[in-house]
Design a protein around this ligand. Structure first.
Ligand SMILES: [Mn+2]
Length: 294
């Protein structure tokens, strides 16, 4: 069993990757942000902040690291990331990629498609990331979902609340309207409409792919809970709502979930935000540990 030690490992756990089920991959890849720059510096900040988190989850009442968790050396480009992810899933392990910008996701999904055949993705994001290109670039964080489309058989994108008419046009042209749940779809509004979480369940039931991948953009969360973002978008989901939705999705898919990434955190010397980001990752691991065994 692992021991706590202070080095650049998630949760401060130094474990042999060959013994661990969960493999954390720091992806120090960025450079295209239309908002604040610096997301490539996020992995080391989030990993350092994770050292104060413990391995027992008071909610699930489990020591969620029982199947082992190890941290790989950082990747600095998309090719390195692809090689690393391919090795991890070939070894039957579970990649947890910490970005970096959202442009890393399509590269992981490309490997998933090759390995698993049929792949579904759940995007947590304030943005649709459906630009075919941005600033003359096709590999850009505003194109994350668009770039991923060739590699996924199905997807659901939840939490969108800032959408360009260009993206809306793409969504309509590709007949993807049903694959989005906007932020507002989750809450009652002044018109007396009372949307609720059952909308989410209906959408999840339509996803039949063998392997499910979670891509979590930290701007899904309200910036009051996680202010250190490349592109903050108020209002967002509270920390508690975020964990409830993560738990619902992970409990729904159980062992079909095969990997996850966490992207678009942009460090600005805010330790509170770094710990919050680390906590979202550790809770995700805890839920996956809990619900992939049942
Ligand atoms: Mn986003």
């Amino acid at each position: 069993m692992s021991q706590k030690s202070k080095h650049k490992s998630f949760l401060g756990i130094s474990e042999d990757p060959s013994e661990a089920r969960f493999i954390v991959v720091p992806a120090k890849i960025g450079g295209t942000s239309v908002g604040r720059k610096g997301a490539e510096k996020a992995p080391e900040k989030i990993i350092s902040a994770s050292w104060q988190l413990e391995d027992f989850d008071t909610e699930t009442k489990t020591v969620f690291i029982q199947e082992g968790i190890a941290t790989e050396s950082p990747c600095r480009n998309l090719n390195q990331l692809a090689k690393k992810v391919e090795k991890i899933i070939s070894d039957g392990k579970f990649p947890i990629v910490i970005g970096g910008e959202h442009l890393i996701t399509h590269q992981v999904l490309k490997i998933f498609k090759k390995f698993y055949g049929s792949v579904g993705a759940i995007f947590f994001d304030a943005h649709a990331d459906m630009f075919p290109e941005f600033d003359g670039r096709k590999i850009h964080h505003a194109c994350a979902l668009y770039l991923s489309l060739p590699y996924i058989d199905d997807f659901l994108c939840i939490g969108v609340r800032n959408l360009s008419p260009i993206e809306l046009e793409e969504i309509k042209a590709k007949k993807l309207e049903e694959r989005f749940l906007f932020f507002e779809d989750f809450f009652p509004n002044f018109l007396g409409q009372t949307p609720s979480y059952h909308l989410l369940t209906n959408k999840l039931e339509k996803i039949k792919a063998n392997a499910i991948y979670i891509s979590f953009d930290f701007d899904f969360v309200d910036p009051s809970a996680i202010p250190s973002l490349s592109t903050p978008e108020p209002p967002g989901f509270s920390f508690r709502e975020t964990l409830d939705i993560l738990k619902k999705i992970i409990s729904f898919f159980g062992s079909r979930i095969k990997g996850a990434d966490f992207v678009e955190f942009c460090p600005d010397k805010n330790f509170f935000a770094e710990v919050s980001a680390a906590k979202i990752i550790s809770k995700t691991i805890s839920y996956i540990y809990q619900f992939s065994r049942t």
